[in-house]
Design a protein around this ligand. Structure first.
Ligand code: SF4
Ligand code: SF4
Length: 323
């Protein structure tokens, strides 16, 4: 019997999601035995024309990681959508935008100006900027269009399921692969992780503040962190109250606060706003000046509250901008 065809693709991301597949360890052999890869640029040499030659819907499932930042990423995401029965947004960047999505606090012009003109490590005396088309004697060279905005995968194509996390943990990947291979799938649009908050399972939750106690926020390098105590109780921003469970408290166990890579639960529309509301209830202040003093002690609040989720948020980006 023919094995189901599977594609992996990598858009705007760091490559950690690809490594997460390797982290399946010996389980990767079970996956390789059960499926036929038709595209996996990081590991195997397939060409886009091989994918174009497939029938529409012939790929059983495409796992696409990374947000969408360039025209080429959009083109291949659309091609894979056409050729696939199922598309899974794999990892935080495809799911909610991820850290590349922090670029939505800026725009293409500002980014290019810094990277190609102002960066202190730059050596670009002729102020050369990347061009989408360059004519050389051998012909025309092209680069993909670099968009003004970073998009989540489902802002560009229809997505069937989401595997959250930076990167998704091996147990959730294996559960998803098994569910797909056996056809035992939840309803379309499901995030394949528990629908409760990280604080629900965090072993530090007994010390999580329930009333206004915080007079000042600090950063992790400014405090000798107590490994048993809730980060919020130590004045350290931890996005656990606004973040979906399922990672096994990876950062907390390493004595680092959560930055929200799993996104929020299904009951929350905007992860940053949800965290802001959780935070408001534990700030101990009697006047506007005091509130300002306490909130001013948070370094880069928008960047922390939307560390992973800016493109998926109600804000979306800082400036209104065209592609
Ligand atoms: S805020 Fe962070 S440290 Fe505190 S209970 Fe929630 S996840 Fe755990
Ligand atoms: S603790 Fe938070 S940031 Fe760390 S892996 Fe879990 S969900 Fe992601």
């Amino acid at each position: 019997m023919a094995k189901p065809k599977v594609a992996f693709y990598w858009c705007a991301s760091c490559g950690g999601c690809e490594e997460a597949v390797v982290d399946l360890a010996e389980n990767i052999l079970k996956v390789v035995e059960a499926v036929e890869f038709v595209l996996w640029p990081v590991a195997m040499d397939f060409k886009i024309k091989d994918v174009e030659a497939l029938q529409d819907g012939e790929i059983a499932v495409s796992f696409i990681n990374g947000s969408i930042r360039t025209g080429e990423q959009e083109h291949i995401a659309k091609l894979l959508r056409k050729k696939s029965g199922l598309v899974v947004a794999f990892g935080a960047c495809a799911h909610i935008g991820g850290t590349p999505g922090l670029a939505n606090f800026s725009n293409r012009e500002i980014i290019f100006d810094y990277v190609y003109q102002k960066s202190p490590s730059l050596d670009n005396p002729n102020k050369i900027f990347p061009q989408e088309k360059t004519t050389v004697k051998e012909g025309e060279l092209t680069l993909p269009k670099f968009y003004n905005t970073v998009f989540t995968l489902d802002q560009v194509i229809d997505v069937d399921y989401y595997l959250p996390g930076c990167a998704p943990p091996p147990d959730l990947i294996m559960n998803a692969v098994e569910a797909i291979l056996t056809g035992n799938l939840p309803s379309k649009g499901t995030v394949l992780a528990p629908d409760k908050s990280l604080c629900d399972t965090c072993k530090r939750k007994i010390t999580k503040p329930e009333k206004a106690v915080i007079k000042q926020f600090r950063r992790v390098h400014e405090v000798l962190l107590d490994p048993e105590k809730c980060f919020l109780d130590q004045g350290i921003i931890c996005l656990g109250p606004a973040t979906r469970d399922g990672c096994g408290e990876r950062c907390i166990n390493a004595n680092m606060p959560c930055r929200g890579c799993f996104g929020s639960t299904s009951r929350v529309e905007d992860q940053g706003a949800k965290f802001l509301s959780a935070l408001a209830s534990i700030i101990d202040a009697d006047s506007e000046e005091e509130i300002k003093k306490i909130t001013d002690s948070i370094a880069d609040p928008a960047g922390i509250f939307y560390y992973y989720s800016l493109p998926a948020s109600m804000l979306g980006r800082k400036f209104r901008a065209e592609l």
